[in-house]
Design a protein around this ligand. Structure first.
Ligand code: PEP
Ligand code: MG
Length: 324
């Protein structure tokens, strides 16, 4: 990191016109959280919990999970931490769950689909997260939601987990907010409906791109087609933000696009006020924010949304970036 970027570490992310932007980090453990704070992040927009389930031979117990999540809560200085329930399957293989080899793992038995299919596993995780919520400012988030029934069932199981803790007089945050990843096109298209049943959205552009464009995010041969500036992807992101605003719920972004320098002004212009990313990108994004005027960003967004192809969009954003 350059000295200039380092000097921004303790500066708040505020645009030229005074709009405050939350810059958050994506983490997988307590060490990652320290890294976020060291880089000037204000909290955690995505805590990927699956790392605890990987590279071992059996499921972590509820107590083991509790200790893992509590460590993050204990180190969080009461900053917001969005804890995502397991997103295993797909590229993240877990041998001891005996998952069958699938022809299309990214379209298969993955994330919330596994959690809903194996309620004991899910409830153990929910109870562990809830117990840890007594020690910090946690929110809970479900990955890979594609229809409203999945969300309702996940919330039912969350309620069961809460009931069981209440029955045992075990403390947890009764006001814990519940949200979903918007990373499957159907969820983005139904953002108006989902917004009425959750407290927040987090836009997962990594998978949203993959599924909107039918491009495997791990396949190098077609990586030129994996394009967050495809107008189809941009429309879904913009619609999601608009519906969150309309329904007065919070919306953030936690996919890689949040740290793509060309995308930052566009995302602010669409209305995003929270960006979550790998800790190492926070200063660079902050520098862009400090040089952004929201009215200009809205105008830039308006121009981009009229464009019909990604090449023109990227060319325009590069020109604007140079002019900035
Ligand atoms: C995403 O899909 O954008 C995301 C943040 O989740 P993951 O990369 O863990 O699939
Ligand atoms: Mg994802």
């Amino acid at each position: 990191m350059t000295e200039a970027l380092k000097s921004l570490m303790d500066v708040s992310a505020v645009t030229v016109d005074g709009t405050e932007i939350s810059l958050m980090g994506n983490i997988s453990d307590a060490e990652g959280l320290n890294n976020v704070f060291d880089n000037g992040g204000e909290g955690v927009g995505l805590f990927r919990t699956e790392i605890l389930f990987m590279g071992r031979s059996s499921l972590p117990s509820e107590d083991e999970q509790f200790a893992f999540y509590k460590k993050v809560a204990d180190n969080s200085n009461n900053c917001p931490v969005v804890v995502r329930t397991i997103d295993i399957g797909g590229d993240k293989e877990i041998k001891y769950l005996g998952l069958a080899k699938e022809r299309n793992p990214f379209l298969g038995y993955r994330a919330i689909r596994i959690s809903l299919d194996q309620p004991d596993l899910f409830i153990a995780q929910l109870k562990a997260i809830l117990r840890a919520s007594a020690f910090g400012n946690f929110k809970i988030m479900f990955p890979m939601i594609s229809n409203i029934s999945e969300l309702r069932r996940a919330k039912e199981l969350l309620e069961q987990a809460k009931e069981s803790l209440r029955a045992g007089n075990i403390a947890f945050d009764e006001n814990l907010q519940t949200g979903i990843m918007i990373e499957i096109p159907s969820a983005a298209i139904m953002a108006d409906i989902f917004a009425k049943e959750v407290d927040f959205f987090s836009i997962g552009t990594n998978d949203l791109c993959q599924y909107t464009l039918a491009v495997d995010r791990m396949n190098e041969k077609i990586e030129h087609l994996y394009d967050p500036f495809n107008p189809g992807v941009l429309r879904l992101i913009k619609y999601t933000i608009e519906q969150a605003e309309k329904n007065n719920i919070h919306v953030g972004i936690c996919g890689e696009m949040a740290s793509e320098p060309l995308a930052v002004q566009l995302l602010l212009g669409m209305g995003l006020r929270e960006l979550s990313m790998n800790a190492g990108s926070i200063s660079e994004v902050k520098e862009i924010i400090l040089n952004t005027d929201i009215e200009n960003a809205k105008e830039l967004c308006g121009r981009v949304m009229e464009m019909t192809d990604s090449d023109s969009i990227v060319k325009y954003l590069k020109e604007q970036n140079r002019a900035r």
